[in-house]
Design a protein around this ligand. Structure first.
Ligand SMILES: CC(=O)CC(=O)SCCNC(=O)CCNC(=O)[C@H](O)C(C)(C)COP(=O)(O)OP(=O)(O)OC[C@H]1O[C@@H](n2cnc3c(N)ncnc32)[C@H](O)[C@@H]1OP(=O)(O)O
Ligand SMILES: NC(=O)C1=CN([C@@H]2O[C@H](COP(=O)(O)OP(=O)(O)OC[C@H]3O[C@@H](n4cnc5c(N)ncnc54)[C@H](O)[C@@H]3O)[C@@H](O)[C@H]2O)C=CC1
Length: 281
């Protein structure tokens, strides 16, 4: 894989583009507006400068030079691999896959989604090449966390899965696990009910946000507590993942608590808006 496209340069897309460029690949990021493209570039620059200051890379500028930030999806035409990382919304994602299907020229190209929870078959089926569509699910923060879930749909060509594995393990140095195509895959099926339980506990007044988080950090050796983690993921994304899981399994443990819904209504989305369960500068 040499020519990689990333659609959506938010928290995840900018991280996926960063690790791809750090692996020496030619990367194009497409965002929805010039302002969003500029913001994506700013996020990546900040992260690369941090990596440079810690001696993890020689030059942030050299890595950044491998990445183009664009707003016209047509630039994806020559890509060998396109990874979609736009918001967790099935309707918007399916429209994007329809568009990518028309734009990406090579019949051998892979169309991948970084979705947290939407079954891959729902994205593949709207294209003329569902055998080329796969989930390549990274974890946040992408430059730090090693895991990638590989999620072929029931009609994905096994060669596509192996090419995706070679990309994430051989080129990016990540570690892959194989997941079947059901909402939430492996990690979010386990992690999101835990986060939702913490929100319910806080909502009921049983314990403070700080004590819930401190409990899991000091008592279960988690790197951060579940409410701080929800703020890191984004409360909009947490809610959307819960909704996909609930739609698939109809289990109460996946249903979004009212407080989560109200915080999303209020625009309190966590770190990305400066306020969620905690406030950020
Ligand atoms: C929703 C989904 O579909 C799936 C998901 O991703 S679910 C979310 C999964 N993510 C998690 O569970 C994250 C859990 N939390 C953590 O791992 C840690 O708290 C954390 C990495 C976020 C921060 O760690 P910390 O020790 O508190 O902070 P900090 O000391 O600043 O960072 C630790 C290291 O990570 C790096 N880092 C932290 N945030 C980073 C970022 N956004 N980008 C790049 N590097 C980052 C730091 O540079 C530092 O590197 P060194 O050890 O080499 O110095
Ligand atoms: N936040 C997290 O911890 C994780 C999120 N994911 C998944 O990654 C995807 C992206 O999530 P985040 O990066 O957190 O969201 P985000 O909200 O930070 O970024 C989404 C970006 O997509 C852009 N966008 C929206 N529609 C677009 C379009 N049609 N074309 C181009 N760009 C468009 C937005 O401008 C925004 O910058 C979602 O599917 C999410 O479920 C996966 C792993 C972890």
């Amino acid at each position: 894989m040499q020519k990689v496209g990333v659609v959506g340069g938010g928290l995840m897309g900018s991280g996926i583009a960063e690790v791809s460029a750090r692996a020496g690949l030619d990367v194009i990021v497409v965002e929805s507006s010039a302002a969003a493209a500029e913001a994506a570039k700013g996020r990546m620059t900040k992260s690369l400068e941090r990596a440079e200051s810690k001696g993890k890379i020689d030059s942030a500028a050299d890595v950044l030079a491998k990445v183009r930030f664009e707003t016209d999806l047509a630039v994806m035409a020559d890509r060998e691999l396109v990874i979609e990382a736009i918001i967790e919304d099935e309707e918007i994602k399916t429209q994007l896959f329809r568009d990518l299907d028309k734009i990406v020229e090579s019949p051998d190209a892979i169309l991948a989604s970084n979705t947290s929870s939407i079954p891959i078959m729902k994205l593949g089926v709207v294209t003329s090449r569902p055998e080329k569509v796969i989930g390549i699910h990274f974890f946040n923060p992408v430059p730090v966390l090693k895991l990638v879930e590989l999620v072929p749909s029931i009609v994905t060509d096994p060669d596509v899965t192996e090419q995706a594995r070679a990309f994430v393990e051989g080129q990016l140095g990540k570690q892959a696990i194989d997941c079947q195509d059901r909402a939430g895959f492996v990690v979010n099926s386990l992690l999101i009910p835990f986060v939702l339980s913490a929100i319910r506990m806080f909502e009921s007044g049983f314990a403070s946000a700080e004590d819930i988080d401190r409990g899991m950090v000091l008592g279960a050796a988690h790197p951060q507590g579940p409410l701080a983690l929800a703020d890191l993921i984004g409360l909009d994304t947490t809610k959307a993942v819960a909704e996909s899981l609930y739609a698939e399994f109809k289990e109460p443990l996946y249903s979004a608590p009212p407080l989560l819904n109200r915080m999303v209504d209020a625009g309190l989305l966590g770190r990305k808006t400066g306020r969620g369960f905690y406030t950020y500068n």
